[in-house]
Design a protein around this ligand. Structure first.
Ligand code: SAH
Length: 265
């Protein structure tokens, strides 16, 4: 049972987003719940600084099992129900926002199906926050009136690809790709084939707001080489569209906690 009954409800699961990684970007509510929870289930995506804040005896890493493979979602779901039924106040902590490519929706469904009360605590998604600290607004009155958030995990040449790259190319708006480092060559090719201009600006923001944030910039044609030169690896956000080019005009004056233009690859 919780010692902090006034702050959290025992037997309840809190689906909490951590924000992109800087502890200062946790919401006040997320911080309060992390302090009061009996147990926090997390993976690596909240980033090293936030994970280090969690007391070791009250946290469970459910990201990877021994041997390195990913813990099946079904096991995480079952663990959440089990801990709540034991009377714990449980925080399920996800990187960014739990409901943006975070499986929060699946966890909510599972909890509801098992009659476990839960609360959803929204957060800054890396899809917006990582570009922002790198000086890239995902919309801009002069450059983009829409923004699409898509997964880059899928093979764009697959018959039944869940992401319609042709349709995205036609929007004229910003395309923000999550989980898109590995397949960058595939979907930039798909967008070029769909008729997007080769000089369309593209930026990659790796570990946005973490120590060691890295940015690489280029165009639809050059970004794969820029990725390789900079050694960009996951987690990173890809921003495609004219907004990615506005960075250049502001970056000299852009001050952040995560380094300045000098760190740019
Ligand atoms: N729920 C998360 C997304 C989870 S999907 C959110 O709202 O941010 C995992 C992907 O998120 C990664 O592959 C990467 O594309 C992105 N991501 C998460 N944290 C990031 C960070 N700090 N910097 C850059 N990309 C990040």
């Amino acid at each position: 049972m919780s010692d902090n009954a006034s702050d959290v409800d025992s037997g309840t699961v809190y689906l909490v987003g951590s924000g992109p990684g800087d502890p200062d970007l946790l919401t006040v509510k997320a911080k309060r719940l992390l302090e009061a929870a009996d147990v926090v289930l997390h993976d690596k995506l909240p980033g090293p600084e936030i994970i280090d804040m969690l007391p070791e005896d009250r946290r469970e890493d459910v990201g990877k099992r021994a041997g390195g493979e990913r813990t099946p979602q079904s096991e995480i779901n079952e663990r959440l129900v089990e801990l709540a039924r034991e009377g714990n106040a449980v925080v399920r902590l996800k990187g960014g926002d739990s409901f943006v490519f975070g499986r929060g929706g699946e966890e909510a469904e599972y909890l509801a199906a098992h009659d476990v009360p839960f609360e959803v605590v929204p957060a800054v998604t890396s899809a917006i926050g990582a570009p922002a600290v790198a000086g890239i607004p995902v919309t801009h009155r002069d450059h983009a009136s829409s923004v699409s958030f898509v997964t880059g995990h899928e093979d764009p040449t697959k018959e039944e690809s869940a992401v319609d790259w042709d349709a995205l190319a036609a929007t004229g708006g910003t395309i923000v790709v999550l989980m898109g480092v590995g397949r960058l060559p595939d979907y930039t090719k798909a967008l070029l084939e769909a008729g997007m201009a080769p000089e369309t600006p593209v930026a990659l923001v790796e570990r946005g707001t973490w120590p060691g944030q890295q940015v690489a910039t280029g165009t639809l044609e050059t970004i794969v080489d820029a990725r390789d030169e900079a050694g960009i690896s996951p987690p990173a956000i890809t921003v495609i569209g004219d907004v990615a080019g506005t960075r250049e005009s502001i970056v000299d004056c852009l001050r952040t906690d995560y380094g300045t233009a000098e760190d740019e690859a």
